[in-house]
Write a protein that binds this ligand. Sequence first.
Ligand code: GLA
Ligand code: GLA
Length: 657
Amino acid sequence: MFFGGDYNPEQWPEQSWPDDVARMREAGVNLVTVGVFSWALLEPAEGRYEFGWLDRILDLLADGGIGVDLATATASPPPWLSVAYPDSLPVDADGHRLWPGSRQAYCPSSPRYRTASVRLARTLAERYGGHRALRMWHVGNEYGCHVPRCYCDVSAEAFRTWLRERYDLAALNETWGTRFWSQEYTSFDQVLPPRRTPAFSNPTQVLDFARFSSAELLDCYRGERDVLRELTPDVPVTTNFMAGMHWEMDYWAWAAEVDLVSNDHYIRVHDPHGHVNLAFSADVTRGLAGGEPWLLMEHSTSAVNWQPRNVPKTPGQMRRNSLTHVARGSEGALFFQWRASKAGAEKYHSALLPHAGTDSRIWREVVELGSDLGKLAEVTGSVVSSTVAIVLSWESVWAQERPSQPSADMTATDELAAWHAALWRLGITVDFVAPGADISGYRVVMLPSLYLLSGVDRDVLARYVESGGTLVVGAYSGVVDERDHIVLDGYPGALREVLGVRMEEFVPLLDGQTITLSDGSAGRVWREFGRVTTAEVIAAYADGEDAWSRWLAGHPAITRNTRGDGTAWYVSTRLDPPSLERLLGRITGEAGVAGSGVPLELVRRSHADGRTYLFAINHDEEGAVPLDVAGVDLLTGADFPGEVPPGGVVVIKVVTP
Ligand code: GLA
Ligand code: GLA
């Protein structure tokens, strides 16, 4: 199991480096990410390199037996680059240039940035490709974290090139629906990124620009990745995603380009269910890894510095967080960063070695976690398997979460998290899959809100149901095609037949309004007015607070359709959490999927040879929870059946009868 984090030795005097390495060994650290923000030191002037300090720290780490995830250092261009090439700086939708002085101040389409970053990656690979500390390459850092989209003239030209590869002018006009509001283009030269407009921007232009922007940054990554593969074909290449936290990159496309999927996750302290969001992020990441193991590249030992109020983690919370990621498929736990900075923008961000030094709670917990991870070596390579899948599409999120929709509240990201959370509470582990993926092995497939659906992907869902699957579709799914054009003749156009419903109107609720359904469920945010064609009504709209409630009463709210050998459910409102949990519990139960039945987070990892590890996480910091599973806790050696201590984690090597 990997244990460690970002190590930025350049922030500290060189005399302290041997002490860092000694402390790392004491804590059981075995992998550190070096050089993420070191461009300015490595290349202080264009084409002039200073590698001495990096040579020395890599040697020290190698001598200490600590592996290195070596960054290509291209996440933050040095000041000289933008002075020499001002058009390498990004520009926002208002036309404001973003200046150096923080990080990521580059335009993804800038040839200057791309040439300079690939040259640095090549120089690093030539120098360190054979270094004994090198374990993997870390390209860039959190692509798109601060500048996912650039609207400058260079980007505009690149956007036009991208469009020309996909459309002729007639097809562009047709796809973007430019007949509306007099937007017809008569030459590609007239086409711009969706800069700030007087009224709503053209939605398909915005969608295509989101696709383009994700692809541009992916090209930046690929440019560096290609030289690394050329020079060091045996060294895996990764870049850290922000799955489940940032939504601007189409990570399905990105995941296909990395050798190892890695992810960063930070708990938001204002979220009382931060640990459920953690599970969401980890499960999405596992989906990106195609079910294979992945790596938690960053999280925090305690407080971060970028939220309005940065509450430290409670004692034991870091351990629960780390081991939850491992439970859900991570091959270890890495952190930002090794040693808390004393200067700079992130000096209040926690680290493995805090400002207080080794005589501290955090350090003691870090050492304990290192020891725990050391006991889980045999878990590496095992996988999590599930019989329930959620379909997730970044493109659909982009299309849906735009202005000028029926309701600004009907957000896909909230719906995805809510359905995942309901399954989490039921104790059902869920996989995330892309639209069009092979879903034939799942007992239940869910689309919490998948607004944009192509005909091809629709057909995959229909075949799945016909051959016996259970499909559960949430409101505002299948409404538009991949061009963001409405599928006509009743909602939800693409899914009307498989669901056996025909909806005529969306009837959103005002802020705070609730409704009740005939089965006692409660809903918010969204309703639909229509009828069933072939489906049966499981729950009808019953009551509410506005004039529409009367007209909707008795009309279908939750429906079930039998088609071929399978079943397709439709949920036309946003159910409140207990109602959603009840409904999904019923549907999964009928499909033969059992929940955990205990107030513990339970996740299994198994090897192909059958060896199975049950991770049990107790989020109750006050009470122990009994667990009736036969085996031995790898962390303590305790025999089970037994108890999971308050706030504790056990990893039971399960004895199979
Ligand atoms: C105004 C405009 C119309 C249309 C409506 C929409 O009235 O004149 O073109 O945009 O708003 O409500
Ligand atoms: C991100 C970055 C790190 C650091 C952390 C702080 O994950 O990759 O460099 O800024 O956030 O939480």
